[in-house]
Design a protein around this ligand. Structure first.
Ligand SMILES: [Zn+2]
Length: 333
């Protein structure tokens, strides 16, 4: 049975009038209750981070290998080739002509995050660890050329977070190039190669490593120079700690103090954390979020990113023996 249009309007009008009368009569009470609810919500939000998609994260965690990190004092970097260390002239980043917008809900989008550690030539007596986590400088340069040729646009984690959190557009074919640990070749190889192509790299440095600096590791002065040239830095704890194996108090200190120190040195916020050894669990993810990070990276695998895995973003490892075809096979078609 249909209700006559006029009768329906009349009913709606009565309801509206009643609501208005009720509202004005109880305005003070409603305001007080609303304020209390808002206050309690704000307190709850501060005290407890937004729940994370733990089942997804835990599944990924069980599939990843532990990162084998070389001791910072164990290996000496070879002198990088002259062509790679020559001061590069800075060219402006190409302006993308099109943008993509974030998907609704938790649909994934193809945003590869490549993972590098050392950029150095393999020495005959190099340890297995060093072999596993190195890419030759000339291969690295060729890979950058290849990515540019394919139309990829390097972005920052600041942009990625804005994309998923606020719907800020990204350039088409976005990609992130991450470099963990702050080895000196981040400064002597990656930085000039990226700069001369107008590309951006994302560097994750344990603060104690940057304090040490020297022949093996980037120091704060170099970090600042790279930051000012447009490179992005993120957290990798103070001491490259396995966050799953330390006390809650130590975990909080490793996460928070390193973030504060990098931000103090750079004079602006940082956004992402790379879990040392790729080691994480739900507790680590929650503490990372509570420490103020907006995203975090794991070691494995693939290029599908979505808002519900912002604290377990997968990466693609580039290996020493990867040809450009191998690299292509790891990227979206
Ligand atoms: Zn690391």
């Amino acid at each position: 049975m249909t209700v006559p249009h006029r009768a329906l309007e009349s009913t709606r009008l009565k309801k509206l009038c009643f609501t208005r009368r009720y509202a004005s009569r109880h305005l003070a009470t409603i305001s007080l209750v609303a304020s209390l609810v808002l206050l309690m919500s704000a307190f709850a939000a501060c005290a407890r981070p937004t729940p994370l998609p733990f089942p997804i994260a835990t599944r990924i965690a069980t599939e990843i290998p532990a990162e084998a990190l070389p001791s910072p004092t164990a290996e000496v970097s070879p002198t990088p080739s002259a062509t790679l260390t020559a001061a590069a002239t800075s060219t402006p980043a190409p302006t993308p002509t099109a943008f993509i917008t974030p998907p609704h809900a938790v649909e994934s989008v193809n945003i590869p995050v490549l993972m590098y550690h050392h950029l150095k030539y393999r020495e005959p007596n190099a340890s297995e660890t060093l072999k596993t986590w190195s890419v030759a400088p000339d291969q690295f340069a060729a890979q950058l050329d290849y990515l540019q040729g394919r139309g990829f646009h390097t972005i920052t984690f600041k942009q990625l977070v804005a994309f998923f959190e606020n719907g800020a557009p990204l350039p088409t074919n976005p990609i992130l190039l991450t470099f963990d640990d702050g080895w000196i070749d981040a400064y002597t190889v990656a930085f000039p190669e990226l700069k001369q192509r107008g590309m951006v790299g994302n560097f994750f440095v344990p603060t104690r490593y940057a304090d040490a600096g020297g022949e093996l590791l980037v120091n704060w002065e170099q970090i600042l120079e790279m930051d000012r040239a447009g490179m992005e830095f993120g957290g990798h704890t103070i001491s490259h700690a396995d966050l799953t194996k330390i006390t809650l108090e130590e975990m909080r200190r490793e996460l928070r103090d390193s973030k504060t120190k990098i931000e103090d040195k750079l004079g602006h916020p940082i956004y992402a954390l790379s879990y040392p050894f790729g080691a994480f669990n739900p507790k680590v993810m929650a503490e990372t979020q509570a420490a103020g990070y907006r995203a975090a990276l794991i070691l494995c695998c693939g290029y599908k990113q979505s808002a519900d895995i912002l604290f377990a973003l997968p990466r693609i490892r580039v290996s020493y023996d990867d040809t450009l075809d191998d690299l292509a096979s790891k990227l979206p078609p």
